[in-house]
Design a protein around this ligand. Sequence first.
Ligand SMILES: Cc1ncc(COP(=O)(O)O)c(C=O)c1O
Length: 427
Amino acid sequence: MNALRQYSADALAEFEREARQRYEEYRAMGLSLNMARGKPAPEQLDMSDPLFDLTRADCGVKAADGTDCRNYGLLCGLDEMRSLFGEIMGADRDNVIACGCSSLNIMFDYISQCCTHGVDGGEPWLFCKDRKMIALVPGYDRHFKVAEHFGFDFVCVPMTKTGPDMDQLEEAVKDPSVKGMFCVPKYSNPDGCTFSEETVRRLASMKTAAADFRVIWDLAYTVHDLYDDDRDELANVFEIAKRYGTEDRFIAVASTSKITFAGAGISAVAASDANIAAIRKRMTTQIIGYDKINQLKHAYFYKNLDDIRAQMRRHAVFLRPKFETVLRTLDEELSGLGVAEWSKPKGGYFISLDVTTGSAKYVEELCRDCGVTLTPVGATWPRGKDPEDKNIRLAPSYPSVEEIGLAAKIIAVSVRLAACRALKENA
Ligand SMILES: Cc1ncc(COP(=O)(O)O)c(C=O)c1O
């Protein structure tokens, strides 16, 4: 296909007429499809139903160290879970705390702690009047919302195929009021990219004006590979940071939300000795202990990283065709037209679609009128505002392959129509 902008006026009108006709045909179908949130599909959740069926007779009531899981105790969680997450996150067991059902909760608590009590005896972040966070864009809306909640302003740094634009990031952290950043270093949300080793090295070695600068290393998708024989590898941030003496900079989190049950699994935090001590100190006031019964049940099925990988291979059987359907459709419908670009992730839960500047909201509107709900346009930017109005996050995990096939076609036809409108407006 030729780039749309090279079409003659007549050819463009014909292209638009065809797109409009197809669009109206889809609209007449009265569909209701949701590509908005990255949730596991029911088939994936079914795989973890055996967790429900576990009884006292199966897993007993005691953790490996003899602790009765029905009672208080083990503030840092079961050793079994700490070891498992240590493997998942690349940290020693002693540097891991196994928590409750949400990694977002851990992140919120950590930022809250920095805001009210500071880092390592330093000034509480709330005292810094013009406090800022780096916002990697496009990024994850809930990360932005945590920072917004605590009154941070943002310095936006664009993502590239190898992670954040490190030149821009290194420049931004020269400002002492820039206190930290959230990132999803493997299969990032939404663009599915994995930080290169060079990016990890630069993040670990960069000079930050704020001595208490923190990176929330959100490993939400670290074992979520679509292809067993072609997966991205993420360098171990703690090993690299040790070389530069910056291991205190990184707070890693993960959870089994997209491994077992979403919002009802186990989460964990991994960090340096000093950071774990500070988090633990706060926790002693906050909670007597997380849900050890759920940890015990998870430990019954998942003894090591191999068990987790086996589960993720089962998930991938369902996820792969969904991603492939979207990518194939975008390719067939849009490649060569010069009106859209999209990521081709090897894992995670999202595809990031960039459409013609100024057109994303219109695409969202067209899709909505056709019964396809997308992640609200703008959600991938702080405060929900994409200044170029061009990024759309696609979440193909939840609907069936058939539904996704239809939704992807409707999205593609909407992108075509929006591109026609943009071309005519700019003619
Ligand atoms: C990048 C990222 N981090 C964290 C979460 C939430 O994880 P949890 O269920 O452990 O709170 C999500 C959920 O979509 C996510 O995409």
